[in-house]
Design a protein around this ligand. Structure first.
Ligand code: WT7
Length: 653
């Protein structure tokens, strides 16, 4: 994290919501207290009543929570509903002509899609999926640029009860292949490409490569024409999106699925080399996104809501494709990079489309902050009323810039802590009520039982004492498991405290006001530009290269990205002079890019004869982290098997 822990410990500036904001906010102090009280008095009853009020059920549920097989919790399990119906159809009576999606491509092309049009397009595409053989429960992989069709594809899957697995367009062919195989997906939806950074992202080329050695499951590829450049189509397997929807009906009856029916899988990194397919439910997941749209984003009918995340991440699921539509909102989708044609693009989009709620990541804020105040100051940002941040702890300096330069000290900032696994925001300010502190995500939301505990699982009550972030009670939008690996689900999230509570994998502390401060991961997971990457994943990619014998990967603090990847590599051949070999480094970076994706490319690679190990052979990553960040080693290293290697690793030999 690019921040000095001492300066954060002293951070005590308090920013209460402005009177203007507080006056008009949907949740005020007394409503919030009532919500906390209800949740406290009757956790299940609290969620049951919200689920009845906020979701349209085809068959009402009679049991709220089934904990018999904990930690395999089931919410509203005998109820039935359809997520796409809840996001689209139920708004048609009074919002058919309301804009659901405002789209702008990187090259400036724009589209407005009403709820009626979204309904028609979703129905058509759902019918097209059925025509291609997709049935309820089948897995469909979506590998798309950030265009409305990505959301339409997700909604169409939900409509017929197919389980989507969106793979971020920046992931490589190899990563795509692994995800297709792990889920035994039947259909892949992709595009001829997307526009990003002034270039075409060759999605179809990557898809073709992935499919060369995929398993048997995959039968069809549906390809959207986005860039219109020439790409090969494989007869019998590939079909254009436009052809797939050409002869289908405009109506598609939504399939009633069980509340617990899997809505989607989303792969995320953990502490082994293999990403986990996080499985989410239908009803509970949607309820989490709806409640947080209301509580955290203070949703109002005339909002233009822009969450800048790609649909390849959980943020793009919960706050692009599902939550804002479920509440009948208008979302903004932007296809391209924030720097095209210049670093004012985000602010220009805010001005042009009159964005009211803007939700992005600290890494983007820091990068845009670097380009100077004069860039945002050129644009009219007066439509913005609320700002949000997510993905990693935000350093107070970036928070203050966001507050002053973008929010003009008018807009509350909601710093939302949550995870792929939690499905929706868990810790966040309530914008009309909570006085915020730069760098703190403040308090747990109603019905979310967050706590900080010590190694024995006892709640830590001493202010500012760090511990493990846990969730004491199940919540509706929680993950339901890891696809195909139940043992890993139980072990990763519940094993530490005998299934009693969910272990988030973050360390945190609470200050004297009870505010949460997230301190970082406790496992071997890095946070690069707000995206989770497992050190083991990068290490396995490196050792798969013929020249590499062993590799250790650690995070190095970075001013903009939060962390960058520093890799220590032992080669089969001789160690290059001074541990540096630019040509090989370039090759290995590209290699990792091919194995995982560009975000996983190490920023630095240093070659060594060996790695620092304990006598039992465990690599001491802690020492490597210290070295990578350029700090002096102060701990005792005499227990190392090969203490002398430290000098070489530090470049002192
Ligand atoms: C991890 C989850 C949830 C969407 C984006 C990332 C870190 C997330 C915050 C925040 C401090 C945060 C945590 C968490 N994180 N939001 N507001 N403050 N840290 O999703 O890839 O599942 O990563 O991101 O370390 O465990 P993800």
């Amino acid at each position: 994290m690019p921040q000095n822990i001492d300066s954060i410990l002293q951070e005590n500036r308090l920013f209460p919501p402005t009177t203007d904001f507080a006056k008009s906010a949907t949740i005020d102090e007394s409503k919030l207290q009532a919500l906390y009280q209800q949740a406290e008095d009757d956790h299940e009853g609290f969620w049951a009543s919200l689920a009845r009020d906020e979701l349209n059920w085809d068959k009402p549920f009679s049991t709220t929570l089934n904990s018999h097989n904990a930690p395999h919790y089931r919410w509203f399990e005998d109820g039935e509903l359809n997520v796409s119906y809840n996001c689209i159809d139920r708004h048609l009576a009074d919002k058919a002509d309301k804009t659901a999606i405002i789209f702008e491509g990187e090259q400036g092309d724009t589209r407005h899609i009403t709820y009626a049009e979204l309904h028609r397009d979703t129905c058509r595409f759902a019918n097209a999926l059925k025509a291609q053989g997709v049935e309820t429960g089948d897995r469909v992989v979506i590998y798309m640029p950030m265009v409305p069709e990505a959301v339409i594809a997700m909604q169409a899957c939900a409509r017929i009860g197919a389980i989507h697995s969106v793979v971020f367009g920046g992931f490589s062919a190899e990563a795509l292949k692994n995800r297709i195989d792990d889920a035994s997906a039947k259909v892949l939806i992709t595009a001829d490409g997307g526009h990003r950074g002034g270039k075409i992202v060759e999605l179809k080329a990557a898809a073709d490569k992935a499919l060369e050695n995929c398993g048997e499951s995959l039968q069809k590829v549906i390809v959207l024409k986005r860039t219109q450049h020439d790409i090969p189509m494989k007869a019998g397997r590939d079909i254009w999106w436009s052809d797939a929807i050409a002869d289908v009906n405009d109506k598609c009856t939504p399939v009633s699925v069980n509340a617990e029916h899997p809505l989607f899988l989303l792969y995320t990194s953990g502490s082994t080399g293999k990403p986990k397919g996080i499985q989410h439910s239908s009803a509970g997941y949607l309820l989490g996104t709806i409640m947080t749209m209301k509580w955290v984003f203070d949703h109002r009918p005339d909002d233009i809501f822009w969450c800048t995340a790609d649909v390849g991440w959980i943020t793009g699921h919960s706050y692009v494709a599902y939550g804002p539509l479920a509440v009948g909102g208008t979302i903004m989708i932007y296809e391209g990079a924030p720097t095209v044609p210049d670093t004012g693009r985000f602010w220009k989009l805010c001005e042009d489309h009159k964005i009211t709620v803007f939700y992005t990541a600290p890494t983007a804020i820091r990068a845009l902050m670097k380009s100077g105040d004069e860039v945002p100051n050129k644009y009219d940002l007066s439509s913005i009323r609320l700002l949000g941040t997510v993905g990693e702890p935000i350093n107070p300096e970036a928070w203050m810039w966001y507050h002053e330069v973008i929010g003009k000290a008018r807009c509350p900032i909601v710093d939302t802590w949550w995870q792929t696994e939690t499905g929706a925001n868990m810790i966040s300010p309530i914008p009309g009520v909570t006085a915020t502190k730069p760098g703190s995500c403040t308090r747990a939301l109603p019905g979310m039982a967050l706590d900080v505990v010590d190694d024995e699982g006892n709640s830590i009550t001493t202010p500012d004492k760090g511990g493990l972030l846990v969730i004491r009670k199940p919540w509706p939008s929680m993950l339901r498991g890891i696809w195909g690996d139940d043992a890993r689900y139980v072990e990763t999230y519940w094993g530490m405290f005998d299934n009693r509570f969910y272990v988030a994998g973050d360390s945190a502390r609470r200050d004297q006001d009870g505010y949460f401060w997230i301190m970082g991961r406790i496992d071997d997971v890095l946070n690069v530009s707000g995206h989770r990457l497992g050190t083991m994943e990068v290490e396995s990619a490196l050792v798969a290269h013929p020249a590499v014998v062993e590799a250790a990967v650690v995070g190095r603090p970075d001013e903009i990205k939060g962390e960058t990847i520093f890799a220590y590599v032992v080669l089969k051949g001789e160690r290059p002079a001074d541990g540096i070999d630019d040509a090989l480094t370039l090759e290995l970076r590209n290699w990792v890019g091919e194995q995982i994706g560009a975000i996983a490319k190490p920023g630095n690679i240093r070659y060594a004869d060996n790695l620092p190990k304990t006598r039992s052979g465990k690599i001491m990553r802690r020492l490597l982290r210290t070295i990578a960040s350029g700090e002096e080693i102060t701990s005792d290293t005499s227990t190392l098997e090969n203490e002398a290697i430290l000098l070489q690793l530090q470049g002192k030999e």
